[in-house]
Unconditional design. Sequence first.
Length: 429
Amino acid sequence: MTEYAAGNPFRVRESEGLEVVVFDGGLGDRYVLDTEERYRAAHPAARITHTAVEDIQAALRHRFDQGNPPDLLDNTGPGSLPTAALAAAGQLTDLRPLLEAPAPDDPHRTVGETLIPGVAAKGRFGGDEVWALNYAYTAFGVWYSQRLLDKHGWTYPKTWSEMLALCAEAKKEGITGWTYPGAYPYYLQWTLYPFIAKIGGVDVLKAIDNLEPNAWKHPAVRQAFEAYHELTARGYVLPGTPELDHVRSQAAWARGEALFIPNGTWVEKETEDVTPEGFGMTVAPPTGLDDGDALPFGTVWAQVGEAYVIPRAARHPQGAFELLRLMLSRRTARDFALHSSSLTTVRGALEGMDLPSGLASADAMLAAAGGNIVAPRTDWYQTLNREVIAGLIGEMMADRIKPAEAIERIQRAADDTARDPEVTKYRHP
């Protein structure tokens, strides 16, 4: 059992420098920089090197290979390193000592006791060790402007027939139904997967996660794929969307060129410079198929994210542990929420806060969902999910392949991964 020193639980050595690398994305890094100032206040001689990068893999893959990684890494973004693979290769530090350490706001409680459920579980990959500490709590859904819907007297659709009817009405007004970051088609998975779960139940997603034979050939998958493809087939997707990145698709949506966009809670922050005043940014659960769905309309995908890791070869892991501990204070969590428009994994940190429109709607959506929350483990096989499955979904939405071909090719790729002896396998209990 770890023994913690009073006032300096991880026995930080001020003579040692601390290198921090953060993903330069929609959540920003202000909350990390502010925490580094608190770290310096407690350890005046500390030297901290802070870097924000857009592509973690391009910046750090060679440093991991050479045994010279930073001390603390926010391993997030399209170019993140595969956390599961790093853990399997013995390149990460077990973070259980952090979860068992005294909480920064209350030394009589542990850090783990101040976090929402699921934080430790998301950082595990088949054992008791916790290899990643996810800082943000992200709700995914279909985002829209409440003002735009109100202007036309429209309501958010709960069934797919209602969705198609609304898109048809919008088209008459010169507004396209949907857009999405076609350059990063995995954005579509955040609403497509819970749609699959609504139709067929959570066991369909568990079978997919477990790489079970024919999991992708379940009728719920086919129905969901055919429904999404119908958006393209009927001309309800903004022209040029397959070539748009997240910035351009979000900007087109904020300008009112499309009603809906699949996204996470960070979209409010990422679009703040282009969103008109009074936009009424709102998120809703993915639309269901019909009254025969296995799960209720309110079912959503929500999960912890923004994964911080401490490399096994870090030169000053004690400093990395302590900086992470300070980041998990209520003060930092509240600042993070305000400046990033994202929920946080620190329990109760947002109580009593006046939240911006989008974040308030996400909070309300999660409260309404109750226990109807799914969190597919797309991080187990990151290459399969990000590069192959998402890519084929993108091809289908661009109408370059049909749903049946997308499903067949995805199933083959999943089977290949299941048979590959070089890939560590994971399963839901």
